[in-house]
Design a protein around this ligand. Sequence first.
Ligand code: URA
Ligand code: CA
Length: 441
Amino acid sequence: MNTVEIIRKKRDGHELTTAEIQYLIEGYANEMIPDYQMAAWAMAVYYQGMTSRETADLTMAMVKSGDQVDLSSIQGKKVDKHSTGGVGDTTTLVLAPLVAAAGVPVAKLSGRGLGHTGGTVDKLESIRGFSTELSTPEFVDLVNEHQIAVMGQTADLTPADKKLYALRDVTATVDSIPLIASSIMSKKIAAGADAIVLDVKTGDGAFMKEEADAIRLAKAMVEIGQHVGRETVAVVSDMSQPLGLAIGNAIEIKEAIETLQGKGPQDLTELSLVLGTQMLLLSGKYETTEEARQKLEQCIRDGSALEKLKVFISGQHGDVTSVENLEKLSQTEQQTPVLSEKAGYVESIQAEEIGLCAMKLGAGRATKDDEIDHQVGIILHKKVGDYVEMGEPLATLFVNRKRELAEVKQRLLGAIHLTDQEVLAPTLIRCLVTPKGVLRF
Ligand code: URA
Ligand code: CA
């Protein structure tokens, strides 16, 4: 096979064969094909797109480039959930115990946060003693015993994706729907999922700023799932403001616990129930949306979801007493309110900027090697549509270093826009994308 011919074929708008795609990805992973040829091909894909068959082939070629987690010794259908990344996105911490309490196994591989988005592993590590460094046999045993475990990503999953994503990042070819869709799906499939529920975010804090693009990405991923035999559905949800009220690590654990106690923010609760319902349906253990949703609501009401969280924490060597004593979780040297400089309705809260503010306080990493401070972060007191008086707190900053305080206060005030007109809260759940089509809410 000839790499130049393959690039030319894509450049001229033709469909590549399975063998040609396999040749490219394998060659690139093995350093037989250089960056400049791969970059030219990625740009050709950017302009010409790919058919859903090609996109599925690309996905599986990337899966085959590295290790695959074998979860076959876990009983039952393993349903994984993936979010395309948001700010203050506490859903995994709520969903995992909630879905496990409903009897569906949750075997999750999670990563650390980078930039304005947080990572589940970092959040869990704010619980004293909690470890996500499990061997695969330990991971499998925990899931078989308790229906729940979260393992940090250590295996060498999809190295071809890692290499291609880094190349796309410096060649202006990241924002191509087939390339994004295959990148995300390859990682989920390599992590051993039988079925996948995707939370595709849209809005300021999201990768896909426009809803129409988010729906196109959702459809592309659902189609990959169909092609490769991993049933996939996607929920398109709002990320025009942070999810819930807490943005940080320990304070997001606290928010998750409150949500499992039925006292959480409305948006986080609703999104968790919607995603959880889809996970239960895909597991095959529940027949109807109503039945699945009622089960999850019951697990919150009767305390079984919270009980499952405790089992999960102690199974991974975490200090369970923090669940009973929430103050233990977030002790900072200082808690500083940010007061509104005028009255009005909250028109928008720039999610990305809020995420960057939390990072600046030490809750996140600017580069991969930064240390994070688990205790610090931001609690919002207002969301879009709320009315605020002059001098009323918009947010509280949990701070351990005074150095960034003044700057963060100013940036936070700049990220929350007020208006005199009444404002409607944004619609949280935009639509559900399944193999049958797009269902609007
Ligand atoms: N996230 C990914 O994992 N891959 C992409 O290509 C874009 C976002
Ligand atoms: Ca949150």
